[in-house]
Design a protein around this ligand. Sequence first.
Ligand code: PGA
Length: 260
Amino acid sequence: MRVIIKPDYQSVSSWAAHYIADRIKRFAPTPNHPFVLGLPTGSTPLGVYNELIKMNQQKQISFADVITFNMDEYVGLPADHPQSYHRFMFENFFNHIDIKKQNIHILNGMAQDVEKECANYEKSILTCGGIELFLGGIGEDGHIAFNEPFSSLNSRTRVQVLTSDTIRVNSRFFDNDISQVPSTAMTVGVGTIMDAREVLILATGAKKAKAVYHGIEGAISHKWTISALQNHERGIIVCDDAAASQLEPETIKYFKDIER
Ligand code: PGA
């Protein structure tokens, strides 16, 4: 695992955006050989999206031959609902870059048959050749996508019941009213994320410090689904000093030393 420790949110966002842009450029995608990118929602990736939008507008990077798969979507929210992850992605990223609409994949929260929707999502990922790079965030309880504690580390795309803690944390987007937050979501599984050829996880702020500690220094455990990253050949956590604050000083010294 690589762990990149930066002083603050801005430098985490900038590092991750440049890393993603470089990976896409080196891949040299074409219509027949597209770059497949997994994407998250949440507050943390907003800085990365803003940087990538800037780079796209300055013609430093193109998304014309990039295919995206989002991590998750609330069950029961239509695509045009202000808090749907569809709306989030279009407003905060897709509307501002040169991506082709047909290359965007997001689970349909209104699907009649949610199990079929999830199974088809897995099939679409495979049809596109698998995910090259999965960008993700991390929950305070260590969840990646909506893989709450005790999700199988081999889990695939499925419906997940959200914990009260996640509903409480996410209620900030729903007028702080927990009754408005859907209680279930469709999410890619831990196994789906780990199948990506590379996984890049962002973690900023002291609230994420415990999850970062368990992800890096804890045992691999379904209690902290982020810890599955320890078994990935190309896993990277990019965090700020605050999110790294519960790591042992030797751990911080080690990662800063090899990344100097
Ligand atoms: P956040 O969410 O970026 O809004 O903190 C991350 C997550 O819950 O995965």
